[in-house]
Design a protein around this ligand. Structure first.
Ligand code: NAP
Length: 303
C-alpha cells in the first residue's frame, strides 16, 4: 500500500498523508551520510511519502544542506514529485550562528527572506512548497510577516505559508493579513492540548488540516518511565494486539482519527518503521478505543 496525497487547505498544497520529518536524519540524530540519506529519501518515495518536513535549525542549521546533497543523487525530475516544507524564525546558540548572543525568535521581514533564500540554497531547489513560522514570536508584526510572505510568493520562491505552535489568537492575528494553510502542532495522547484549547477547532472552522509533530510523543514514549506512560503503553499495546499492529501504528491511527485527518509528521529514521506507518492509514479505531487511549494518556476520564 502507498500513502495518497491530500489537500492541506482549500488553496493549499497537496501533501502525502504521512509526512517524513527530517529533524533527526542529520547531526541531531542518526547523522546519515549522503548515500544513506538518498536511500532513505528513495524509500519514502517508494511508499508514496512524498512530503519532507525540515526546519532551518535542524542539525544546528546543517540538515537542510545534507538533505539537499542527498536529493541530488536522485534524478532531477524527483523535485516535481516531492514537497519540501521548511520553517524559519528560531535562532539558536550554535557555532554556526556566532552572531546569536541569546536564543531568540526573529520574524522580521529581513530574517524571513534571508532564511527562505538560505533554505532554497541548502536544499538545492528553486522553490519551497511550504514555509512555516516555527514558533510564535512575541515581537511579531503581522503586517511585516505578511509583506515578507507576499514578496516570496510573488517571486515564486515559496508557494504556500503557514505557522507552527501558534495559539488560535496568534493564528488569527497573522491570518487576518495573509493566507495561512496550516498550523503544525504537537499532539499525542500525553499532550492532547490542541484537541481542547481551540487549535483543532480553528483548523476545522477554516478547513485547514493540522500537521502534527511528535505524533508518537517522541522517543520518550519508548524510553520513558512513570505510571502514566506505562498505563498508556499497556493500553496502546492491547489495542495494537487487536489490530495486529505495533504501538507506533496505533498512535498514528489515533492521530488520524480526528475528522480533519491531521497529517502526522513522523520522526523515525528507520526504514521498517517508516514502512509500517502506512498501516495506520487502514485502521479506523473505534470511538471508545480512541477515548481509552486519551484517558490513559491524560490520566483521567472525560467528565
Ligand atoms: N514544528 C515543530 O516545532 C517541531 C518540533 C519537533 C519536531 N518537528 C517535526 O516532527 C518530526 C517528528 O518529531 P518526533 O521525532 O518527535 O516524532 P515521533 O515520531 O513522535 O518520534 C520519533 C522518535 O521515536 C523513535 N521511535 C519511533 N518508533 C519507535 C519504536 N517502535 N521503538 C522505539 N523508538 C521509536 C524514533 O527513533 P528511531 O529514529 O530510532 O526510529 C524517534 O527518536 C520531526 O522530524 C520534525 O520534522 C516539528
Amino acid at each position: 500500500m502507498n500513502a495518497a496525497q491530500r489537500t492541506l487547505s482549500p488553496n493549499g498544497p497537496q501533501l502525502s498523508e504521512i509526512v517524513a520529518g527530517t529533524m533527526t536524519w542529520g547531526e541531531w540524530g542518526a547523522d546519515y551520510d549522503t548515500v544513506t540519506t538518498a536511500d532513505l529519501i528513495g524509500h519514502c518515495l517508494d511508499l508514496g511519502i512524498t512530503t519532507f518536513d525540515h526546519a532551518d535549525i535542524y542539525g544546528s542549521y546543517t540538515t537542510e544542506e545534507a538533505f539537499g546533497k542527498a536529493l541530488k543523487q536522485h534524478s532531477s525530475s524527483v523535485r516535481g514529485q516531492i514537497q519540501l516544507v521548511t520553517k524559519c524564525g528560531i535562532q539558536v546558540l550554535t557555532g554556526n550562528r556566532p552572531e546569536n548572543r541569546v536564543a531568540h525568535y526573529n520574524s522580521t521581514r529581513d530574517h524571513i527572506i534571508f532564511s527562505a533564500e538560505r533554505s532554497l540554497s541548502m536544499l538545492g531547489t528553486d522553490y519551497l512548497d511550504l514555509l512555516l513560522i516555527h514558533r510564535p514570536d512575541p515581537l511579531m508584526d503581522p503586517e511585516e510577516v505578511a509583506a515578507a510572505f507576499d514578496e516570496l510568493r510573488q517571486s515564486g520562491k515559496v508557494l504556500h505559508f503557514g505557522v507552527s505552535n501558534f495559539t488560535p489568537s496568534q493564528f488569527d492575528l497573522l491570518a487576518a493579513k495573509t493566507e495561512l494553510v496550516t498550523n503544525q502542532v504537537e499532539c499525542h495522547p500525553l499532550h492532547p492540548d490542541p484537541l481542547f484549547d481551540g487549535t483543532y477547532d480553528q483548523c476545522q472552522g477554516r478547513s485547514l488540516r493540522p500537521m502534527v509533530w511528535s505524533p508518537l510523543g517522541g522517543a520518550d514514549y519508548f524510553k520513558g518511565e512513570g505510571t502514566k506512560l506505562l498505563r498508556l503503553r499497556d493500553k496502546v499495546s492491547e489495542i495494537g494486539r487487536k489490530y495486529g499492529v505495533e504501538e507506533d501504528v496505533v498512535l498514528l491511527a489515533w492521530c488520524r482519527k480526528h475528522p480533519m485527518r491531521p497529517l502526522p509528521v513522523i520522526g523515525t529514521t528507520k526504514k521498517d518503521r517508516i514502512t509500517r506507518s502506512l498501516k495506520a492509514l487502514d485502521i479506523d479505531l473505534e470511538r471508545q478505543e480512541w477515548f481509552e487511549i486519551l484517558e490513559a494518556g491524560r490520566g483521567h476520564q472525560v467528565a
